[in-house]
Design a protein. Structure first.
Lengths: 249, 232
């Protein structure tokens, strides 16, 4: 009776918990955190605005939960500490690049200690809608020393998987217009003074960001995902990789 | 220390003078007297205080009420405050030729954040873009004198000020004492490497000011400041 579900037969496969693991960092880490044993995993999806990140995260979350995993969604600017404050600051003040960079770092740190680490300790799959790589890319194109950004995020936990949704700037442009009909100030790099023309600025800026991601790919082990495809195609690609990873640990 | 792009491109004509020391060491009084003197002599002076960026204060005040700060977020918010003042005032004014006086500088972050449990290597990396001061005064004072000065006429300490977040003691005064004495240890460990000029904070105010001015005159000998005027 219960068997006519969307995915065919209602299957209750053998649910298996994820293996234990020790927290790892990119740099100095957070020495006072204590217990480093983790039962969960941290998976990150990076990519520019309108690259389809949020859609993919929603789909992956549903699938992982259907598979019996507890999932925590997180992302940039979602800390209680200053998540909302960053937007306010961008609206009301002219912020220096390093000031903005440190604001974002504080936001990441607050979420790490108050949300992500506790979730990882209790066995959650943490899905992050962007992480430190977006921040480092933004800093680098604004002339901040890459070494400094890398060191700054020395407290950040090393994720288990980082995907980068790689969408060609010209394709991205169409998606942005479909969604908003206008270009965002920062996402167009308008603060950099690249061009008088907003669209030209957008295309150049997104190209620079993509180049930074390419540069980071090797150093941080980012997995590029062709984001020019349809939503289901991208989803299938991501889901297979995530499923394979989770069944291997 | 690595050169940042902006430092390589611009010549810095101004001078950076810093005072450091625990609360109640008398450093703020001294740097204000130095400021008054330089202003009186008609020199371009700018005074900047630790944790004083209005913008950062406004943005963080709501979040601070919601939850406790961890050592890392505490450190990063102060680093944000510093960056805002550095990018907005300190560095542009130094380039323009000002004498910038800083009531606390990166050494305060080193001392406090290390005591709170942050990695000392990390904290130095976070601030490594900041210029080294031309002159740093460290006000050395016995802890009892400093604490007496702070507590006189002040019934209650603030939570983070007393270091209550570190669970050193349930008693806020005891916690404050332990916290401050650990900060002293950190300062003392830096004095030699960082080339601090040590001022005995138990001397009278005028005596200390005389020493500060003498050091200022002998260190900052540049024609653009017409220092012969200062000797009068």
């Amino acid at each position: 009776m219960l068997q006519n579900t969307k995915h065919g037969i209602l299957n209750s496969t053998n649910l298996k918990s994820i293996g234990h693991k020790q927290l790892a960092y990119y740099g100095e880490g957070i020495s006072y955190l204590g217990d480093k044993e983790m039962k969960g995993r941290l998976i990150v999806i990076e990519g520019p605005d309108s690259s389809g990140r949020s859609t993919q995260i929603t789909m992956i979350t549903s699938k992982l939960e259907a598979d019996g995993h507890a999932v925590l969604n997180t992302g940039l600017r979602r800390s209680e500490l200053i998540g909302a404050g960053i937007l306010e600051a961008k609206r009301n003040f002219v912020l220096g690049k390093r000031t903005l960079s440190l604001f974002y770092a504080a936001d990441v740190a607050d979420q790490l200690e108050n949300k992500i680490v506790p979730a990882l300790r209790s066995g959650y799959v943490v899905l992050a809608d962007r992480y430190i790589f977006t921040l480092m890319a933004r800093d680098a194109v604004r002339g901040i020393n890459r070494r400094w950004s890398h060191n700054l995020f020395g407290f950040a936990i090393r994720p288990d998987l980082v995907f980068y949704l790689d969408v060609h700037p010209s394709e991205l442009m169409h998606r942005v217009f479909q969604k908003n009909l206008s270009l965002d100030y920062y996402e167009s790099g308008a603060d950099l003074g690249l061009s008088e023309d907003m669209l030209d600025s957008f295309l150049r800026y997104q190209g620079m960001i993509a180049k930074e991601f390419l540069r980071m790919q090797k150093q941080y082990g980012l997995i590029p995902i062709n984001g020019n495809r349809s939503i289901p195609e991208i989803n299938k690609d991501l889901q297979i990789r995530i499923d394979n990873f989770l069944s291997s640990v | 220390m690595k050169y940042s792009l902006s430092q390589a491109k611009f010549e810095v004509k101004g001078k950076l003078v810093v005072v450091e020391g625990i609360d109640g060491s008398g450093k703020s009084t001294q740097i204000r007297l130095l400021e008054k003197w330089l202003r009186f002599e008609g020199l371009p002076v700018f005074l900047t205080e630790w944790n004083s960026s209005e913008m950062v204060k406004e943005i963080t005040s709501k979040g601070k009420k919601k939850g406790k700060l961890t050592p890392t977020t505490f450190s990063l918010l102060h680093a944000t405050d510093f960056a805002d003042r550095y990018e907005r005032n300190i560095f542009p004014l130094l380039r323009a030729g000002y004498i910038v006086l800083a009531d606390r500088y990166v050494y305060t972050a080193y001392a406090r954040d290390i005591v709170r449990g942050c990695s000392s290597k990390w904290i130095q990396q976070v601030y490594d873009y900041a210029r080294k001061p031309d002159l740093t005064f460290y006000f050395r004072v016995p802890i009892d004198i400093a604490i007496d000065r702070i507590l006189t006429g002040r019934p209650k300490l603030k939570y983070y000020e007393a270091g209550m977040d570190m669970n050193l003691s349930n008693d806020q005064y005891e916690s404050y004492r332990i916290f401050q004495s650990r900060i002293i240890d950190q300062y003392e460990s830096m004095t030699e490497n960082e080339g601090f000029v040590i001022i005995d904070g138990t001397f009278g105010i005028e005596e200390q000011q005389q020493i500060v001015r003498n050091h200022f005159k002998s260190t900052i000998r540049r024609n653009q400041f017409q220092l012969k005027e200062l000797g009068k």
